[in-house]
Design a protein around this ligand. Structure first.
Ligand SMILES: [Zn+2]
Length: 249
């Protein structure tokens, strides 16, 4: 009897440990998907160190919640230049958000730090083209899009954010524009170039933000068009952000 129970107990202990790790810090109720944990973060242009690019603007609390990357050639010389995933992660948004953003990609990352799994969203916008689709796994350094002007609204540049709050999505106006919801992207990456606990299959919460826009142009080029589970994407627009009292940080 004792012999038969041992494997079962071992399995239960393993499950309990997994549960404790993955769910920590996250309110109940989110759906989960899987991704590869980040083994480090790189700059989103001129990979991995932004060679050939400069930051024309950094994060200014309350006004500009990310970094603007421009090619060192100036003007629109960087139009169409490659934009890379800052780390391994899951593409949770890849659409034309229209208005001030234009074509936008959001990638969700899990990384091990301070004895637990942490989650951030990287946000790439004003893109000329999108080369990934929602639900796709992105590897660190993978091409996700190209630098654009948002239909001539700006001189070509990449606007890039790192969010700690996974609920923001395209609903920036609903969340405080401060460091409780956003990281300074450049500093965040510099402090996490190499991470332990990378390249593991881990759970990440999905459907955490409301999708405003209809799918206008999911794929800007390259990959075959195959929207990932449109029914689940549709349902996520019904997600109510006020359901949980404990904000996701
Ligand atoms: Zn910007």
């Amino acid at each position: 009897m004792r012999r038969a129970l041992t494997p079962l107990l071992a399995l239960l202990f393993a499950l309990a440990r997994l549960h404790g790790q993955d769910g920590e810090g996250l309110p109940a109720g989110f759906k989960y998907s899987a991704t590869r944990s980040a083994d480090g973060f790189d700059m989103p242009v001129g990979k991995p160190d932004a060679v050939g690019y400069y930051r024309s603007r950094g994060l200014i609390v309350g006004r500009h919640m990310g970094d603007d990357w421009n090619g060192s050639g100036g003007g629109n010389t960087d139009l169409g230049a490659p934009v890379y995933s800052t780390a391994h992660g899951l593409v949770v948004y890849a659409r034309d958000a229209r208005m001030g953003w234009g074509k936008t990609v959001i990638i969700r990352h899990a990384y091990w730090s301070n004895g637990r799994w942490n989650y951030v969203d990287s946000f790439y916008t004003h893109l000329h083209q999108i080369f990934v689709r929602e639900g796709q796994q992105a590897r660190r350094g993978q091409l996700v899009g190209s630098i654009g002007t948002n239909r001539g609204m700006y001189v070509a540049h990449l606007h890039f954010e790192i969010r700690k709050n996974l609920r923001i999505g395209l609903n920036q106006g609903s969340y405080r524009r401060d460091l409780s919801n956003y990281y300074k992207p450049y500093e965040f990456i510099l402090g996490r170039r190499k991470l332990s606990g990378g390249n593991r299959r881990v759970r990440v919460p999905v459907n955490t933000f409301r999708l405003q826009a209809r799918v206008v142009d999911t794929i800007g080029g390259g990959s075959p068009t195959r929207p990932e589970r449109p029914s689940s994407l549709q349902r996520s627009s019904d997600f109510r952000v006020n359901r949980y009292s404990d904000p996701l940080r």
